[in-house]
Design a protein around this ligand. Structure first.
Ligand code: GLV
Length: 281
């Protein structure tokens, strides 16, 4: 009973109380990414797993976990690091963190636009008077587009007519390598390319060639293959390319909110309750 009204009265109104004492928690307490061998060892017999997008949850990990594993709670909105078909087959539930990181990532994307748009074309953003928004995707999303009067166009037209191309889609077999030499060839010479989704959506060799041949003006990348890029990578030598180490959601406030959501997703899953944010498999 030590967590009683005396304690709760002292807590901030905005604080969230989570009791994990009914769980036996194993923690990878290091700033280094969790090595695969440690993951394979740690997951054996576990009921729940919290992972980052740098942890590939593939068939090998799921096999190592065995039939005890019931819930995966990923600290990300993206789920291309999860072997979804294998997970679904095993009846494992997945929690993720949509919405809570959208603002932080959008702000970083604008920061990348500003950082890259300094070359030759800053006046086009000034004073953020962007008047025409084009978007593409598998299907039109009129509700989302209404606010900015976004116009749904095919990918080709988007490449041809945009001054700023921003990629924020999920990585899927359909989008893998989507921004390739044909795509960059269609873009305006004065246009800026920004990617804050997944590095593998872009063919990086083609992007390098487009940037060095003047086919496009500049690029801002929060995501690359691999992450982080090795310091000797050719993209890092270019004056017209700004590269960040995948920090779209990395504000204290957003990561704090994500942490709580990740824990609540896991706990709800372990109790067999509905999760605050469950991925529909
Ligand atoms: C960030 O890239 C995420 O998927 O959360």
């Amino acid at each position: 009973g030590i967590c009683n009204s005396a304690l709760f009265n002292k807590m901030k109104k905005t604080s969230i109380f989570i009791n994990t004492s009914s769980f036996d928690v194993q923690l990878w307490d290091s700033n280094e990414p969790l090595p695969k061998v440690e993951l394979l060892r740690g997951v054996a017999g576990a009921h729940g797993l919290i992972c980052l997008l740098s942890d590939k949850i593939d068939k090998e990990v799921l096999d190592a976990a065995g039939t005890s594993l019931k819930v995966i709670s990923t600290f990300s909105v993206g789920f291309d690091h999860l072997a979804i078909d294998e997970i679904k087959q095993r009846g494992i539930r997945v929690g993720y963190t949509p919405e809570v990181l959208t603002d932080a990532t959008a702000e970083l994307t604008v920061a990348l636009l500003l950082a890259t748009a300094r070359l030759s074309i800053a006046k086009r953003l000034k004073p953020f008077g962007v008047t025409r928004f084009l978007y593409t995707g598998r299907q039109p999303r009129p509700e989302n587009a209404a606010e900015i009067q976004g116009e749904y166009v095919p990918l080709d037209k988007l490449a041809e007519e945009s001054d700023f191309v921003v990629v924020s889609c999920a990585l899927t077999p359909e989008t893998q390598g989507m921004c390739n030499k044909d795509f960059f060839a269609k873009m305006k010479k004065t246009a800026v390319f920004v990617n804050s989704s997944r590095g593998a959506v872009v063919n990086q060799d083609d992007l390098y060639n487009a940037l060095t041949s003047g086919q496009i003006a500049a690029a801002g990348l929060d995501v690359t293959v691999p992450e982080p890029l090795p310091t000797s990578h050719p993209l890092l030598t270019l004056k017209n390319c700004v590269v960040l180490p995948h920090i779209g959601s990395a504000t204290y406030a957003t990561r704090g909110t994500m942490s709580v959501l990740v824990a609540n997703n896991l706990i709800a899953g372990l109790k067999g309750e509905s999760m605050p944010s469950e991925l529909k498999l």
